[in-house]
Design a protein around this ligand. Sequence first.
Ligand code: PMP
Length: 353
Amino acid sequence: MSRFWTARTAALTPYVPGEQPATTGLIKLNTNEHPMPPSQVAIDAMAAISGDALRRYPDPTSRKLRLAIADSENLELEQVFVGNGSDEVLATVFMALLAEGPALTVPDITYSFYPVWAKLYQVALRTIPLKDDFTLDVEALCKAPGPVLIANPNAPTGIALSRDEIRRILESDRDRLLIVDEAYFGFGAETAAPLIDDYDNLLITRTLSKSHALAGLRLGYALGNATLIEGLVRVKDSFNSYPVDVIAERVAEVAVGDRAWLQEAGSKVAAWRDELRAGLEALGFEVLASRANFVFARHPQYEGRVLFDALRAKNIIVRRWDKPRLTQWLRITVGTPDQNQALLDALRQQCPE
Ligand code: PMP
């Protein structure tokens, strides 16, 4: 605490991301990074960036990258916004479309950064409890009196809504903004992107951190009606002209263009996820039906904290929360088949059948 802090700074409760340990040799299944290396053509594109390119500022509009994203989604350039990771894109959405506006509705269990931005940008929050089976309450979302923000698939459950369910929420009030955070796109969930041309109340955010194995690059984007995107650009240009650097723009452009990589890597991770789920169920775990690159699981006889500590002692890190309804649960990122096996072996010792 400093006497120079503003009252708002003092009142913040910052988001705490999953641990990024400096030690090597850990099996790191705590922050939903992709288990495979990124597309080789993207790595080659990075190596080919010249000193001269780095000497200059990047294109403030990231036109080439936005064109590549627009092309991959059958959208226009003006329907794409890019930023330094989807956390930054979401923060821009809060600043441009939500700040000081009517209360924002979010599920009670979802990405825990949403309440942090709500506080920073002075947006009141209304929460809708997930149903007993951890699915979203679509009926209740359809009755929300103001803007709605959901993650699809949801975090940390991994459960996804179908495109038709998203359409129902959009249809229930075309004057209500629906923001769909598709951070976990690419692992089997349906995307709402084909609805963008029909609904100007839909904004989608995505990231290359999970689907494209590029968490270290920091590249996120938003898809939506051109006027919504223009609002984001106005705020971006009042905050930071160059959120996407020369390296990120080029590598992301090539990575987005390598659709075969996305298809193949996404289906591999989805298959490994389903094997991991089956392995956990064989050990007595309850595992939610995930469409993301992680699973959410609990053992009816062991507290999450006990399992978390036992795994940590074996150099395996996963994620857990001390929150109502979540204390028994572990969120486990899908690793390589070897890593998943090591996790299952460690849990088998801890939870004998
Ligand atoms: N949304 C959700 C639901 C997430 O889990 C994450 C990753 N923590 C993000 C957005 C942000 O991802 P990034 O900033 O790496 O794009």
